[in-house]
Write a protein that binds this ligand. Sequence first.
Ligand code: G3P
Ligand code: CA
Length: 280
Amino acid sequence: MSTRPLALFIMTLAAAEAAPRILVHGHRGARAVRPENTMAAFEYAIESGVDVLELDLAVTADNVLVASHDPVLPEEICVGPAGTRTIREMTLERLRQFDCGSKPNPKFPRQKAVPGARVPTLDEVLALAPRGVFEFNIETKIFRDRPALTPPPAEFARLLVEAIRRHGLEKRVMIQSFDFRTLQEAARIAPEIRRSALYAGAPRDLTALAREAGATILSPHHSLVNKRVAERARAAGLHLVPWTANTPAEWDRLIEARVDAIITDDPAALIGYLKARGRR
Ligand code: G3P
Ligand code: CA
């Protein structure tokens, strides 16, 4: 029997070992091309072949988790009735009167308007799960200095864990936050769900930061990541998932550092870039 198939198999294994797959997270769905945190953005990201949908959470007055980066709906991207724009001060019914798809974000010139796009509930986003094998990277937007904008950390974490369990998605979700209180609460009530420590700021010992957060995923701003940081993260058994890298120069630096995943506003472009380099 020829030994060629075996040799080919071994060579393929060796190549995979040398260049492991880098996962792609669609930031706020796919903010470069669709209004952020909308169903249109998440659907676009899924159709692009994304590995993970990144989204942010706010909580309405009637305790419904919704996908929004800002606890106060920005005039720049959402139009709606006069009065409060603070999500925590409005019911889901009022929130649904806002249109967050008609005004493309001026910072993203390729973003296509989706008139009438509403702020989706977390339940609606999680209901996309059967459309593929992607995961969800869900950020609790909670602020120590503005406690009125969210429920307390234990309540926020409980609502989120209940939603994840309702959809049976414990294995397909990671919870991320800059404020580690919700991560610590989630660890207490649902240790099986992965947690990711977000960081922006001055360089510091990032593996220690992940330990403080009780996280197995380390997610710093991409500018803080280099080969040394990546090596230390690997040695500590952490997954390194920098955000939010949008240009080939940024992607190259992260690929060279051998990160595990990249969070980007343009997942289709990053997937194409990685494919062209044999990394997917
Ligand atoms: O996933 C990390 C990243 O989303 C954090 O930044 O402000 O876009 O939520 P931000
Ligand atoms: Ca986020």
